[in-house]
Design a protein around this ligand. Structure first.
Ligand SMILES: C[S@@+](CC[C@H](N)C(=O)[O-])C[C@H]1O[C@@H](n2cnc3c(N)ncnc32)[C@H](O)[C@@H]1O
Length: 199
């Protein structure tokens, strides 16, 4: 997958990485920052998603579409789509630009608005990436957990750098018998949950 990233996608990834890096230094306010995952997390979620059974790839928190580009690599392999959700119109507009410029429009369905209003309509989720406001993680889990296919995977970002804010959600997930879960120390810490075969 990684050797086949198009020059157009590489250029857009580089462009967004530069904006994200300067956002973090120049005092851009939190809502306007892109707050992207680092490239190693991008590779990790793409690899994990590519091993899932065939079904939808779901992303909660698109921002400018950086992580979506990584997930699109797995979507292409699995011949499926990334269904991604973004609340803010300005970020959704940037994401649309990303999908056009990187040539992945046909692999992505972007929904603009509050993801919590739309997640219930999903079914047969092969892979879900949660990367939105920390206060929403548990509500997202409550809606999507039972929609994850057997051998499907859910990954939640910031499980180490925002452990305190996510502690109750993480403890709930770890105690859930339907899943095998672990926190992986890559990027900001990824909570990885794989749905068991038989539940
Ligand atoms: C950490 S950023 C996502 C970064 C992105 N996953 C990436 O790595 O490129 C979180 C995003 O979630 C969005 N968000 C916050 N609340 C949301 C909601 N209720 N529904 C959908 N998106 C939301 C924010 O506007 C922000 O763009």
């Amino acid at each position: 997958m990684f050797n086949e990233i198009s020059s157009e996608m590489k250029a857009r990834m580089h462009f967004l990485e530069q904006i994200d890096a300067s956002d973090r230094k120049d005092g851009t306010d939190r809502m306007n920052r892109l707050r992207q995952i680092p490239p190693e997390t991008g590779k990790f979620i793409a690899l994990m998603a590519s091993q899932c059974p065939r079904g939808d790839i779901v992303e909660i928190g698109t921002s400018a579409g950086y992580s979506t580009m990584w997930l699109s690599l797995a979507a292409k392999e699995l011949q499926t789509k990334v269904r991604t959700f973004e609340l803010l119109p300005e970020k959704a507009a940037l994401a649309r630009e990303t999908f056009i410029l990187s040539g992945i429009e046909s692999l992505v369905v972007l929904t603009e608005g509050d993801a919590l209003m739309h997640l219930s309509a999903l079914d047969d989720i092969a892979f879900c990436f949660i990367d939105c406001e920390k206060a929403m993680y548990e509500a997202c889990w409550n809606i999507v957990a039972d929609k994850i296919l057997p051998r499907g995977v859910l990954i939640a970002d910031n499980a180490i750098n925002h452990y305190d804010a996510l502690q109750s959600m993480i403890e709930k997930v770890m105690a859930d018998d339907r899943f095998d879960s672990i926190i992986v120390p890559i990027g900001k810490g990824e909570l990885v949950c794989r749905r068991k075969m038989s539940v």
